[in-house]
Design a protein around this ligand. Structure first.
Ligand code: FEO
Length: 399
């Protein structure tokens, strides 16, 4: 079992590391590198636990609390967010410390009562600006609706310039160490980008507003301790800057080509498009969807300016393996992307129109409509058109 880790004097990580989880939110999100459920204990004149862990890890949390102080006495339990990965051990903690006073938003309270109607607990509804003294340190709350649920809030410890933002700034990555200076920086940013792209992207406008709000009140931030993954103590500005970029939909001269193929005709078109994009100076990531992880594809779309999706026609429809990516894009609403649909058909078509409708539903601007469609097999002139379209897209998304 992992051990408690001091973040600073009297403030401890007391969470759990889930090395083996490979899907999160049911089957919605692949977690190749596992995750952590981070909870934080603040020991002062009064003692506060900020968030709990997923229910199967409740004994780990309790064991860590006992390692710091046994018997465990909590004056406050802060519930930043009531999703089960953070509030799943709420009943166990309330059983351990029935006198703990719960601090949460109104919506979090409503959600706690809905999840745990059998538990009576003392509570205070907090709002942005509410402050609670623990002695030498205090807790200030910042409501953060839709980061990641309507109930969410950040907890801030001003005396330590420590932000506990729950899901925001997190990453699904299991590690034996807790801080950003102990893990490869590229790996952390890769997982942070995947987390943002697949979970937070639809809330980008709210994230921009929240970052502006934090900047306006001049919130000093020395450390960001999210509820998943590593703690940003070396360079918290790095993840704040990345969130600002991602939330604004800033991309680079990069295209993602996501496709699948039956008899290689659509694949040949994908490669011709790629050749044109590359010749135009564009970075390209190409994914055959039946052998690719959808969440990894979405991560690559986050900082791309173009999304090209290809499918042949089958039963007057697109290949079933292409649908989930489009379904996700419609829900995630990526910003500032241009797109193109392409593909081959045999006796009858249909896929092209469906691809184009789905891309438009995802608010992706089509650069050509209809995009390249060929019957049976692409001939030289068809591949040349794909190549030229690739060049055209590269020119459009160039820096
Ligand atoms: Fe990590 Fe929205 O829960």
């Amino acid at each position: 079992m992992s051990q408690p880790v001091a973040i600073t004097d009297g403030i401890y990580w007391v969470g759990a590391v889930d090395w083996n989880i490979r899907y999160f939110h049911g089957p919605a999100f692949s977690t190749h590198r596992g995750t952590t459920y981070n909870a934080y204990l603040i020991v002062d004149d009064k003692t506060a636990l900020v968030d709990t862990v997923y229910e199967p890890f409740k004994e780990e949390l309790i064991a860590k609390l006992k390692q710091i102080k046994d018997p465990v006495k909590l004056d406050y339990l802060v519930v930043n967010h009531t999703e089960s990965d953070h509030a799943g051990a709420f009943p166990a903690i309330m059983e351990l410390c029935p006198d703990a006073h719960v601090l949460c938003t109104q919506r979090a309270f409503d959600s706690l009562k809905a999840h745990y109607s059998h538990i009576d607990f003392n509570y205070t509804i907090v709002k942005t600006g509410t402050s609670v003294s623990l002695g030498k340190r205090s807790l200030t709350f910042i409501e953060a609706p839709m980061l990641h649920w309507p109930d969410s809030m950040f907890t801030y410890v001003p005396e330590e310039a420590l932000l506990l933002p729950n899901d925001a700034f997190g990453q699904h990555i299991a590690t034996s160490v807790r801080f950003d200076d102990q893990v490869d920086a590229g790996l952390i940013m890769d997982e942070a980008a995947k987390y943002y792209a697949n979970i937070l992207m639809p809330f980008s406008n709210l994230i921009t507003k929240k970052l502006d709000e934090i900047q306006k009140i001049n919130l000093a931030i020395k450390t960001i301790a999210p509820s998943h993954g590593i703690i940003w103590r070396k360079d918290p500005g790095r993840i704040i800057e990345a969130y600002a970029r991602w939330a604004e939909g800033q991309g680079k001269a990069k295209a993602v080509i996501a496709y699948d193929t039956m008899w290689l005709s659509t694949e040949k078109m994908a490669h011709a498009l790629m050749d044109g994009l590359v010749a135009g100076g564009c970075e390209v990531k190409l994914f055959k969807l039946s052998v690719s992880d959808r969440n990894d594809v979405i991560k690559e779309i986050l900082d791309a300016r173009a999304v090209l999706v290809g499918s042949p026609t089958i039963n007057n429809d697109i290949l079933p393996v292409v649908s989930p990516l489009l379904d996700d894009l419609v829900g995630l609403r990526p910003k500032n992307k241009v797109g193109l649909a392409f593909g081959a058909y045999g006796w009858g078509g249909g896929a092209q129109k469906i691809l184009e409708e789905r891309l438009k539903a995802a608010k992706i601007e089509l650069i050509a409509e209809p995009g390249p469609t060929v019957q049976w097999v692409p001939r030289g002139e068809d591949l040349q058109r794909c190549y030229e379209l690739g060049r055209k897209i590269a020119a459009r998304i160039a820096d």
